[in-house]
Design a protein around this ligand. Structure first.
Ligand code: ARG
Length: 464
């Protein structure tokens, strides 16, 4: 099967590839997403070739003009998906040939698809990091706003999903702000480790042409200049793995938030009511209101982790330098990006529109002897009891509560003094859930004053 691609690399071949060969070889279906970065890298390369006197000014002008026309075409009509042109690089080169004739053949001087794809993909990942940061920042803004609304609202804090100590809803929401902050720093870290340009590494060994890699690196916005080893440059996909790893961790955070929304929206909890915008009904049970969006965010995180695993396994056994297995690097990254951005937007919408039910949260916060630690701390502070002993005394108070089927604050002073006579009436000041959260003023603690400080700090960080 003779075809146009065959003309690009087919000099030494007799017959053309089998249909199935063409099919398995082609990546245009997915790598067309790289078109903007591919054109940018080609522009930088052609300009450098001209400035170095490697190609003539007229040919360079024709090439640059042709690349602009291709950009306009793709912008308008999308990238044509013809598998006989294999990938985005050959699709562009073929079109350039149609537009400007034989001068198009000079663009690939001192370049290989191996350094080309590494460059395009790295540029794409660098942009994807900016996108992730911007999208995460939106969610942080919503979390901070909701935290401010509910800075004083008391809810049960859990460990082991058992009521542990009262906390404030604002504090709980800000926990996610912190996680997302680390996610942002991870995406910046990905970018930072991708600050060098592979362009000019050619197939694997560099080139004998007098290219200027500093120049192409600079014009493509790689702040640290060119990569130092051509073999590493064409076989490195750390940047893609780094992105996937950052995306996977971020998705775990979203999944945990989604999980909480799902639990909180269930009838036994009743802590939140999800808005109609982010709930669905059941086809059989008319009363149902399902948190599908949250469940899908939770589900998508599994797929994103799968994308990371997929590329890690693809890369693990590859010898230097380029192997075609590496063409499989792009789909998991694109899939993870799509799932992550969609999940971030969906959960941002959910958090914006969810109705919290503070009365219900407060009721549950008061259950399960959640202020037992406050009683123990009071004994330490006011009666000089060693903490271990205070813990034991409090345990007996909880037992008394269970026997009388009431909370600690509902026990009479006599009942408490029967357990330990060092207890006096001032203890009732610390047994309410409000007093409990108010007292947790250590740095990073749940007290509303501390939460408001953190909100102010977060707003400053977000420029709000
Ligand atoms: N489409 C290829 C990829 O994504 C481009 C590099 C091809 N290089 C090669 N030597 N066949 O990996």
């Amino acid at each position: 099967m003779a075809n146009d691609t065959h003309k690009i690399w087919g000099g030494r071949f007799g017959a053309g590839p089998a249909g199935l060969m063409t099919e398995i070889n082609a990546s245009i279906r997915f790598d067309k997403r790289l078109w903007r970065h591919d054109l940018a890298a080609s522009r930088a390369h052609a300009t450098m070739l001209r400035d170095q006197g490697i190609i003539g000014a007229e040919d360079a002008a024709a090439i640059l003009g042709g690349l602009d026309r291709i950009a306009a075409e793709y912008e308008r009509d999308g990238v044509p998906e013809r598998i006989e042109f294999e990938d985005i690089h050959m699709t562009v080169e073929h079109r350039l040939g149609e537009l400007i004739g034989p001068a198009a053949g000079r663009l690939h001087t001192a370049r290989s698809r191996n350094d080309q794809v590494a460059t395009d993909f790295k540029l794409w990942v660098r942009d994807a990091c900016d996108e992730a940061v911007a999208t995460i920042t939106q969610l942080q803004g919503v979390l901070v706003a909701r935290a401010e609304e509910h800075a004083d609202a008391v809810m049960p804090g859990f460990t082991h999903l058992q009521v542990a100590q009262p906390v404030t809803l604002g504090h709980h929401l800000l926990a996610y702000y912190e996680m997302l902050k680390r996610d942002i720093s991870r995406f910046y870290g990905v970018q930072h480790r991708s600050d060098e340009s592979p362009l000019g590494s050619a197939a694997l060994a560099g080139t004998g042409f007098p290219i200027d890699r500093e120049k192409t690196a600079r014009s493509l916005g790689f702040p640290d200049g060119p990569t130092a080893n051509s073999l590493d440059s064409v076989s490195d996909r750390d940047f893609a793995l780094d992105y996937l790893s950052a995306a996977a961790q971020c998705s775990l955070h979203l999944s945990r938030l989604a999980e909480e929304l799902i639990v909180w929206a269930s009838a036994p909890f009743g802590f939140v009511k999800l808005s109609d915008d982010y709930s669905t009904g059941s086809s059989i049970m008319p009363q149902k209101r399902n948190p599908d969006a949250a469940e899908l965010v939770r589900g998508h995180s599994g797929r994103i982790v799968g994308c990371l695993t997929a590329l890690m396994v693809t890369m693990k056994g590859l010898p230097l330098a380029y192997s075609k297995d590496m063409q499989d690097d792009k789909e998991p990254v694109f899939e993870a990006r799509d799932l992550l951005i969609l999940s971030l937007r969906a959960i941002t919408g959910m958090m914006e529109t969810v109705t919290f039910v503070p009365e219900r949260m407060r009721t549950v916060a008061a259950q399960g002897y959640s202020t037992a630690t406050d009683l123990a701390d009071w004994l330490v502070r006011e009666a000089g009891v060693p903490f271990r002993e205070a813990h034991h005394i409090t345990g007996r108070a909880v037992k008394a509560g269970e026997e009388h089927d009431c909370g600690l604050a509902d026990l009479s002073l006599d009942q408490l003094r029967a357990i330990d006579e060092r207890i006096d009436e001032r203890v009732f000041d610390v047994l309410s859930v409000e007093a409990s959260v108010r007292s947790r003023t250590s740095y990073g603690g749940t007290a509303p004053v501390r939460v408001r400080e953190q909100i102010a700090k977060a707003k400053a960080e977000l420029g709000l």
